[in-house]
Ligand binder design. Structure first.
Ligand code: 13P
Length: 232
């Protein structure tokens, strides 16, 4: 099965959520569509489309002002959570160790973590992508339990620039081989970074690409629905 994860980041409001979910209702996607919304829009998770969060606290319930714990997400009925998105790594200084810890906390609460990895533009230009990706992967994924990997090169996020299909194929092969060394090769691996209806047709049949993680194009039905249709 293919996966399509929409990541709304710090965008959207109640009206926009209703509008998008309404437009997805009549679709019968063969793809597993997951919409990762800001915490403020996760009040009603009894939707046809699975909803996910974009972060989870490192801490249990208690004196941790501003944190949203795993128990709270579980209570809401959240089934997925993004951990280690490049924006969290960059603006909130999240390390691989923190990401792994968050992934474990998600699993303890019955929530599947979507573990993000991806090299920076400098690392890409210096030819370090392979080594960076392997290390990020091995240090960020949980030891036991199900997870999803999202490969999102930092330089492709929000830029309109993507790797070529050949480059995506070669990195996803490395991710697959690396997952194999820890007996996790069955875990789905998604590509993310400037995904749109146009390039999904080029990328969907690449070996070891099990779907996509989409930012901007997931915000509106006009751009999100065509991606779902392309994947059917
Ligand atoms: P864009 O699709 O807007 O490039 O964002 C990608 C992303 O960060 C999804 O998590």
């Amino acid at each position: 099965m293919k996966f399509l994860v929409g990541n709304w980041k710090s965008n959207g409001n109640i009206k926009e959520k209703k509008r998008l979910l309404g437009s997805l209702n009549h679709l019968k996607p063969k793809t597993k569509v997951i919409l990762c919304l800001p915490f403020t829009l996760l009040n009603d998770t009894k939707t046809k489309i699975a909803l996910g969060a974009q972060d989870i606290s490192l801490y249990p319930n208690g004196a941790f002002t501003g944190d949203i714990s795993g128990t709270m997400l579980k209570d809401l009925g959240v089934k997925y959570v993004i951990v280690g998105h490049s924006e969290r790594r960059r603006y909130h200084h999240e390390t691989n160790a923190i990401v792994k810890n968050k992934a474990n906390i998600a699993l303890q609460n019955g929530i599947i973590p979507i573990v993000c990895i991806g090299e920076s533009e400098i690392e890409h230009k210096q030819g370090k992508t392979r080594s960076v990706i392997k290390r990020m992967l091995l240090e960020s994924v949980p030891e036991v339990g199900k997870f999803i990997v999202a490969y999102e090169p930092r330089w492709a996020i929000g830029t309109g620039v993507t790797p070529t299909a050949k480059e995506i194929e070669s990195i996803h092969k490395i991710i697959f081989e690396t997952l194999k060394t820890i007996h996790c090769e069955k875990m789905p691996v998604l590509y993310g970074g400037s995904v749109n209806a146009g390039n999904t047709t080029d990328f969907i049949d690449i070996p070891h690409v099990d779907g996509f993680m989409v930012g901007r194009a997931s915000l509106k039905s006009e751009t999100f629905v065509p991606i779902i249709k392309n994947m059917n």
